[in-house]
Design a protein around this ligand. Structure first.
Ligand code: FES
Length: 87
C-alpha cells in the first residue's frame, strides 16, 4: 500500500521552509519512491493550532503529522512506515 505524503503548501509553511519540500522526491531513494505518493496540499490548519509547540512547516506521512518538517524528518518517517509495512 502506498504511503501518502502530503506537503503543506500554505503560506505559513511555505515561508517557514516548506518551499524546500516541494522538491522532496529528488531526495528520496528509489525504494522510498516505490512506496510513496507525494502531494501538495493547501493549509492543513495546523499553523493555527496555538497549543503545544508544533511549528511549520507541516507535512503528513500517512497519518503522522510532522512539524518543523524537513527532508530528513520526512525520509525517516517514510523509512519507519516502510519497515512497519514489511513486518
Ligand atoms: S500553512 Fe501549513 S498548516 Fe497552515
Amino acid at each position: 500500500m502506498k504511503i501518502e505524503v502530503k506537503i503543506c503548501m500554505g503560506t505559513a509553511c511555505y515561508v517557514m521552509g516548506g518551499a524546500e519540500l516541494a522538491t522532496l522526491s529528488e531526495y528520496l531513494t528509489a525504494k522510498q519512491l516505490e512506496y510513496v505518493e507525494i502531494k501538495g496540499t493547501p493549509c492543513i490548519d495546523s499553523c493555527f493550532n496555538k497549543e503545544g509547540n508544533k511549528r511549520p512547516p507541516f507535512a503528513y506521512v500517512g497519518e503522522v503529522l510532522i512539524s518543523e518538517a524537513n527532508v530528513n524528518k520526512i525520509r525517516e518517517e517514510i523509512d519507519r512506515q516502510i519497515t512497519e509495512q514489511s513486518l
